[in-house]
Structures are given as C-alpha cells and as structure tokens.
Design a binder for this molecule. Structure first.
Ligand SMILES: Nc1nc2c(ncn2[C@@H]2O[C@H](COP(=O)(O)OP(=O)(O)O)[C@@H](O)[C@H]2O)c(=O)[nH]1
Ligand SMILES: [Mg+2]
Length: 457
C-alpha cells in the first residue's frame, strides 16, 4: 500500500470559523514547508524543535503574504500518522486554507484521500482497525454517550480485549499443534478435557463481548422505544410532551394516528428513538388497519415498549390484550390522564406491573418516565469509557461468527472428531477476530473502511 509519498488536506470543515488547519504528512512534509513558510529572522522550519509550534507567514511565489500562521511540527514516529507531520493553523474562512493547500500541492505533495491520515496511522502500526473505526465514530457521534464510547475505543479498549482473546487462541493452537504433529515426542499433551475447557473459556469471552452490542447499538442508533396502547389514551400527547414539541396530531377522535411517527430525543446523553404508533384495536377501516399492523411491527422491533393506558378509567378489553401482546418485551406501564383522577380498578389491575402515573396534559410524572428510560438503557452497563464495546454491525457479525466457530469446535470435539478438524474451526475464529483488529484484513476491506471517512481525517 502507498506510504512513501507526502499527502495534504484541509482537516477542518470549510467555512466561517476562527481557524482552519491544513495538515501535511509524509517523508517530504517538512521539506515542502520550506519556501512557503517564512519565520522571523529567516529561521528554517527544518531547525524547529520536534513537537513545537512555530510562528510565521505563508507566502506565495512572489513572496506575497497569504496568511499569518502557527505551524505545528511533529516528528516521526510520534505523530498521528506515524510520519513527519506539519499542521498549519491559518485563519478560518473559505480562502486561506485553500490557498495554502494549493501551494503545498506544488511542492511534491498530493491531495490526501478521505481517511488517508488515519489509514497511515493504521498501516504504520500505531492503531488497529477497531481504533481507526472508532475515530470515524467519534467524528460522526451526535450524543455524549456515543462520543464517550468512541473515546474508549480510540484508546484501544476493544483492541486490548480482542488481543487478549487472540492470545488465548494462539496459545491453544500451538499446544494443539504439538499434540497433533509430534505425538511421538515426550511433550505434555493437551488432554481432551483441557482442550474442551480452553475452548469453552474462549467461547465465553467472545459471547460476553458480543453481549455489549445491545448497549453499543443504543449508543449508535438510539434506544428504539415504541409508544403503544389503545386509541385515545394519550400516546401522541405523551410523544409531544417528551419531545417538548407539538409533533404528533392530538385529537379526541380515536384512530387519528395512522402511521408510525418517529423522533429522536436525548435523555441524560442517551439517544432515544421514540415511535408513536396507531392505537391498537379491531378496525375494519383500511388505513387504520394498516396503521395498526405497523404499530404491532414497531412493537416487535422496539427494545423498550411504553404501554399507555388510562388511570382515570377501568382497564378495557383492549388494554388486557395489549398487555398480553407485550408480555415478552421490556416495557413500562404508564397510566395516563391521572389529572382526571385515579380509578381504583385500574390501580388494582396494574399494581403488580409497577405502573407510573402520568399526565401527558399537565406534565405530571413525565420526569419519572424519563428516568425509567435512562435506567433501562444504562442497566448493567457500569463504566462505558474504559470498556470494550461492540458498536458496529461489522464487528457484531464477526463476533457472532467467531463464536460459531468455537461452538463448532466444541461440538466436533465432543463428537470425537480428530484434532486437525478442530484446528480449522479455531483458526477460523482467530481469523474473524483478526478482521476486527485488521490483523487478518485484506487490502480491499481496509480501503473500503477508510473510504467512508471524511477528507482530512
Ligand atoms: N385530561 C387529559 N387528557 C389527555 C391526556 N393525554 C391525552 N389527553 C387527551 O386525550 C385525547 C387523545 O389524545 P391522543 O394523544 O391523540 O391519544 P392517542 O390516540 O393515544 O394518540 C385528546 O383529546 C387529548 O387531549 C392527559 O394526560 N390528561
Ligand atoms: Mg395518536
């Protein structure tokens, strides 16, 4: 892969702003600065100390001043890309950074491709693929929760975890090899029981890591939360209340909401994707019936269900039906319209479900609903910053197939199959994990991942 040439790009968004940064990296980076960067007293940039900022001016062909700048000098290998890197801090706006970039491009420097600086950090061995992907996550993160997780992964939390598992696998493979290849030598052999134990231990590590995806997915896409209930209980009003906005149509005509309305809110840094749905009831009206089908589908895909009933009326037949339909789901039971009074029969019926009394109209109890959603989303999570967490689908698919390889190996062993067949599955598992860290990734995969980055990163 191309690594010898010097690349440059504008690393900040183009537009109005205090400063812009033009980054140049590669063997020729410092040389390229000579001639376009003039320091007071004619000092050479080449003589500037490592990891320093130098003041001066960027000048054009005829010595005309383009901008007043500060240039960071970072010397290989302790740089973002692992190569010599200069970062020119110029004035923001549309023009200065562009002019500086074009001056550099006349100095044996080429335009960087999207993600190419980070790709060099990967190729240079400073970070692994999971860390590089986390850089992309950090840039695209829209919530505090996701940004924190990305920061942990950039620091190498996932890398360390995967490497720990890979070490166990390699250790097992080498022992297995000795047992298979040199049975005549007097080396302590791996007994079947030991092998089984080691395999199960690895399988458990992988499965535990896979489980973190639930949380990772919430951080990336938001907690999918469906608001369900029979018509007219106040689902749409609850959505509006949680959003602080009149988004969904609220009327006293049952069956108003026909389609699923979804909106993203952020509660204590946690993204929550709220879905307001059509009221569930028997309906012979075509559009409403379609809407109800979608409600049921939304309920299926939701990670959390907010089941809304009325506090002021006894439970209806539909409430009982929806209650049983949501039985297997994680759910909160919300008794709405408590401003109209609390019905004893409703309370007695719902008591064992720990209902939350609310009024979408007055706002009463809404803080409790928000807290319950936050508690649900962060349950069992502990500290997110330092933890290895699976946040992307690519990693999840690889973890799943790594786990499958191990269980195939366990089955094979228990079925009495020979050691070299088991070895194939173990190798396969190692290979899958290596695709997460990039160790076993080929050029196409690597190019594909970095091509999704933004320019200048
Ligand atoms: N008094 C009272 N009325 C409410 C409350 N929530 C909703 N409503 C009324 O109940 C009716 C149905 O509300 P809507 O949100 O459209 O119900 P949906 O069919 O479940 O979406 C409207 O007339 C609302 O004004 C509440 O907490 N208290
Ligand atoms: Mg509605």
């Amino acid at each position: 892969m191309e690594f010898t040439d010097t690349i440059a790009a504008i690393s900040t968004p183009v537009g109005m702003g205090g400063i812009s940064i033009v980054r140049v990296s590669g063997d020729n980076a410092f040389e390229a600065m000579e001639g376009i960067f003039v320091r007071p007293g004619g000092k050479r940039f080449a003589d500037a100390a490592a990891n320093s900022l130098s003041y001066g001016h960027i000048v054009g062909d005829k010595g005309e001043i383009i901008d007043e700048v500060l240039v960071g000098k970072m010397v290989s290998p302790h740089t973002y890309t692992t190569q010599d890197t200069a970062e020119i801090n110029c004035h923001g706006g549309l023009s200065a950074a562009k002019s500086i970039l074009s001056l550099l491009l006349e100095k044996n420097v080429r335009s960087a491709q999207p993600g190419e600086f980070t790709k060099r950090a990967f190729l240079g061995g400073r970070i692994d693929l999971s860390q590089a992907e986390a850089v992309g996550d950090m840039i695209s993160s829209q919530t505090e929760m996701f940004a924190r997780i990305a920061a942990g992964q950039i620091a190498g939390a996932l890398r360390e975890r995967i490497n720990g598992i890979t070490d166990k696998i390699l250790n097992l493979l080498s022992q297995l090899e000795v047992t298979i290849e040199y049975p005549e030598y007097d080396i302590p052999e791996l007994t079947e029981n030991q092998l089984l134990f080691a395999l199960k231990d690895i399988g458990q590590d992988i499965e535990e890591l896979g489980k973190t995806y639930k949380k990772g997915e919430i951080a990336r896409n938001g907690l999918k939360t469906a608001i369900v209930g029979k018509p007219n209980v106040g689902k749409s009003m609850l959505l509006n209340r949680l959003l602080n906005e009149e988004k969904a149509i609220v009327t006293d005509i049952p069956g108003t909401t026909r389609d699923v309305v979804d909106e993203l809110i952020v509660l204590s840094g946690i993204p929550v994707k709220l879905m307001d749905t059509a009221g569930i009831r028997q309906s012979s009206e075509v559009v409403e019936a379609l809407g109800i089908q979608r409600s049921l589908a939304a309920m299926e895909t939701a990670q959390l269900v907010l089941f809304v009933c009325e506090a002021c009326n006894p439970p209806a037949e539909e409430d009982r039906e929806i209650l049983s339909k949501t039985e297997g789901k994680d759910r909160l039971i919300l008794l709405n319209k408590c401003d109209r009074g609390v019905n004893g029969e409703a309370m007695a019926f719902f008591e064992k479900y720990d209902p939350i009394l609310i009024s979408a109209k007055t706002g009463e109890g809404i803080d409790k609903v928000e807290q319950a959603i936050v508690d649900f989303a962060s349950q069992g999570s502990g500290e997110t910053t330092q933890c290895a967490l699976i946040v992307n689908e690519r990693h999840k698919a690889l973890i799943d197939s790594a786990a499958q390889s191990i269980s195939r190996a366990v089955d094979a062993l228990e079925g009495g199959l020979p050691g070299d067949l088991i070895e194939i599955d173990i190798n396969e598992c190692r290979n899958r994990l290596g695709l997460i860290t990039g160790e076993t990734a080929d050029e196409d995969l690597i190019n594909d991942i970095f091509s999704k980055f933004c320019l200048g990163k």
